[in-house]
Write a protein that binds this ligand. Structure first.
Ligand SMILES: [Zn+2]
Length: 93
């Protein structure tokens, strides 16, 4: 289980959604067998780039859902995230 952190710095500023590439999130979600839970996404990101704050993971997921790239619920529940159109990965990268 990945460590919980509430903030992370990139250089001298706080990490933001733009520091998390869309393609990275989509890749992490697709690594799950059927759908990714919020913890799957959080821990998958931690494995790849180190711990990412929960609130930032949620904000990023909300953005991807709003843009139609990801299906699921980013209210803080289990989530059930899936990539809507895996073929769109190239366009989203
Ligand atoms: Zn929810």
């Amino acid at each position: 289980m990945a460590d919980f952190i509430s903030i992370r710095y990139v250089g001298e500023r706080l990490m933001q959604c733009k520091d998390l590439p869309d393609a990275l999130l989509l890749d992490v979600i697709q690594d799950a067998e059927r759908y990714a839970t919020l913890r799957d996404v959080h821990d998958g990101l931690a494995d790849r780039i180190g711990p990412v704050p929960w609130n930032l993971v949620l904000a990023k997921l909300r953005g991807l859902i709003a843009r139609g790239l990801v299906d699921g619920c980013a209210c803080g529940c289990a989530g059930g995230f899936t990539v809507v159109a895996p073929d769109a990965l190239v366009n989203a990268a």
